[in-house]
Design a protein around this ligand. Structure first.
Ligand code: TXA
Ligand code: MG
Length: 338
């Protein structure tokens, strides 16, 4: 891509999308693996490359409320949310108008729509003049990619990758179901329940901190095993000084056994762990840092073959709520409460 201006790179990517190819694109949440949402062959390449089950539908990315309105029926709540949070990390699940092939929605009568807050993504959709269906650009089983390098690690040079640097948010969008009765948050994200409720009133949130045992989860993606690092992750939560003591105790026990433990903790508490191996998640004051760093820290721990990760819990407020939802999943709900 040397010697190409931003415009021409986007034009080249838009041409690829129109030809039915797959292009990896940055968004403000995580990188996506995109294809023309109207083109069933193109979308099938995404499922094949990711190893994604056919019953897990994709999010369709749009560049405007108008494009969204062509694809789905946006009721008053949906329109309100779009007006307040788009472009941004909020995905609206609404009744589909049936314009995208079944492969995109996994045959559901609903469609997931999102307008990403990223100039490259928006320019690509506009230049391609079609909505872009895109899941996160990781192989099923790896953490979502938050840099172009992560995409390359999973897929090599199989696809054109638009490099937009590090994702500003770092965890996937909030998904809210608006097609039946009271709206339900299916996946928490940077747009929090409070933010949503201040806009459209009460909404429900499916249990964000327990394994999904329902027969048919509302978001099909929820039933699959999520990213599980090579290391066994243990979340330690409770009063800070007790949590730190517990983490040190567990770490030292593993070390004595000859295992290779790692601590993930806040910048403020780092000094309490002495010379033990540690990666800083972010500041206690700002859970957005932990969101931005989480997936790349988990990838790093895997690359260095740690056997155990002790994760100092982040407060479940603001985006911290979504961070802990992802961490609980990575830990397979292995939580130590002190
Ligand atoms: O931030 C994001 O949302 C990123 C970027 C690339 O936009 N995308 C992303 O896509 O995380 P993916 O495929 O990894 O997750 C999409 C989630 C899945 O849990 C899927 O089951 C759910 O959205 N979903 C998609 N369509 C749905 C529908 N019609 N009804 C219910 N859930 C749906
Ligand atoms: Mg994903």
């Amino acid at each position: 891509m040397i010697n190409m201006t931003k415009e021409t790179v986007i034009e080249k990517a838009a041409k690829a999308i129109k030809k039915g190819e797959v292009v990896a694109l940055p968004t403000e949440t995580v990188y996506g693996l995109g294809a023309n949402a109207y083109d069933k062959e193109a979308v099938s390449k995404i499922f094949a490359a990711k190893g994604r089950p056919a019953d897990n539908p994709l999010i369709v990315h749009v560049d405007s409320l108008i494009m969204a309105g062509m694809l789905g029926v946006l009721n008053k709540d949906a329109q309100n949310l779009a007006q307040n949070f788009w472009p941004g990390p909020l995905t609206l699940v609404v009744p589909s108008k049936g314009l995208v092939p079944d492969i995109v929605t996994a045959g559901l009568k609903t469609i997931a729509l999102r307008m990403p807050d990223n100039d490259i993504a928006l320019s690509l959709i506009s230049a391609a003049q079609v909505p872009i269906a895109a899941p996160s650009a990781n192989k099923s089983g790896s953490p979502s990619p938050t840099s172009a390098a992560h995409v390359l690690l999973d897929f090599g040079d199989k696809f054109m990758v638009l490099d937009g640097g590090e994702c500003a948010i770092g965890i996937e969008s909030t998904v809210i179901e608006l097609s039946k009765g009271t709206p339900v948050i299916l996946r928490p994200g940077a747009v929090t329940q409070n933010m949503i409720e201040s806009c459209i009133g009460d909404v429900l949130c499916t249990n964000a901190f327990a394994p999904n045992t329902q027969q048919a989860p509302a978001a099909p993606g929820m039933k699959y095993r999520h990213y599980a690092p090579l290391a066994q992750v243990t979340v330690v939560e409770g009063e800070p000084s007790s949590a730190i003591e517990a983490i040190k105790y567990l770490f030292d026990k593993d070390t004595k056994k000859g295992d290779k433990p790692l601590i993930m903790a806040s910048r403020e508490n780092k000094r309490f762990y002495g010379r033990r191996d540690i990666l800083v998640t972010g500041s206690l004051e700002n859970p957005a840092e932990a969101a931005k760093n989480l997936y790349s820290l988990l990838r790093m721990a895997d690359e260095m073959f740690y056997s155990h990760i002790y994760f100092e819990a982040v407060a479940k407020v603001g985006i911290g709520f979504a961070v802990m939802n992802r961490v609980y999943k990575a830990a397979a709900y292995n939580i130590v409460k002190v």
